[in-house]
Design a protein around this ligand. Structure first.
Ligand code: CDP
Length: 240
């Protein structure tokens, strides 16, 4: 990857990465953390989801790596502050289409890991993510942020939980949105996505060597947030 160089005044302590498997609680943690610190919250999964949604809309096969790579290089994805109070943390747009909820559809879940396994797709997306990250004061969430996109980040979290617990959380979220799904289906689809994400050749899901690993099985969001805020504040003190 041809990474843009970090600017000189760059402070790695102001870049926080949160990686981990599906529904491990990354997005909620990142959102709360960013709010508490006055940082930008950026969820990179949205970009892969938006691209997958567009491919499905345009009838492009998820096997068509070449067309998907070309699409990734030009797709105008916009993430903006929430325009509606319907539980969204941000709006996601492609052109004038609000696709905030469409990208959460089970069909996108089923194909996003295949689309995001293509090296050209990852290159296009990672470059944009890195540019945003290097502006600093950011909490960036994904699968490869601490390992590939922003390896110089000062604080790297790897958030995990058992597949059953994660499927239970995702199932509850989907039910709350009025979607008719079975728990077993959610578990199945999530396991498959985890499998593809962690075995792909480029930027597989894995903790960075210097990541702090947190198991959220028996912790609620408040407990995880408290733990991470403690880490952030003690690192700031150490570096004074
Ligand atoms: O919210 P959830 O954890 O279910 O998924 P997400 O973060 O929205 O990511 C959806 C999919 O995009 C993942 O399963 C990965 O295949 C892909 N992804 C990736 O490859 N790299 C990232 N940095 C973020 C997401």
């Amino acid at each position: 990857m041809t990474n843009p160089k970090a600017p000189q005044e760059f402070d790695p302590r102001e870049i926080i990465t949160i990686d981990g498997p599906a529904a491990s609680g990354k997005s909620t943690l990142a959102q709360r953390l960013a709010e508490a610190l006055g940082y930008l919250y950026f969820d990179t999964g949205v970009m892969y989801r938006a691209l997958t949604w567009l491919a499905l809309q345009q009838g492009i096969s998820v096997e068509d790596e070449e067309t998907l790579t070309a699409l990734a290089e030009k797709v105008p994805i916009e993430v903006t502050p929430p325009s509606k109070r319907d539980g969204r943390a941000y709006d996601v747009w492609i052109g004038d289409q609000d696709i905030t909820w469409a990208i959460r559809h089970p069909q996108v879940d089923a194909y996003v890991s295949i689309v995001s396994s293509y090296p050209g797709v990852r290159r296009a997306m990672s470059l944009q993510q890195r540019r945003i990250g290097l502006r600093g004061k950011v909490v960036m969430v994904g699968r490869d942020i601490g390992t590939v996109v922003l390896p110089e980040a000062g604080i790297k979290i790897y958030l995990d939980a058992s597949p059953e617990e994660r499927a239970r959380r995702r199932f509850k979220e989907m039910q709350a949105r009025g979607e008719h799904v079975e728990y077993e289906e959610v578990l199945q689809s999530m396991r498959e996505r985890d499998r593809i994400d962690s075995t792909r050749t480029v930027a597989p899901l894995r903790p960075a060597a210097d990541a702090i690993r947190i198991d959220s099985n028996d912790k609620d969001i408040e407990q995880v947030l408290e733990l991470v805020l403690h880490i952030v504040h003690s690192q700031k003190r150490e570096n004074l």
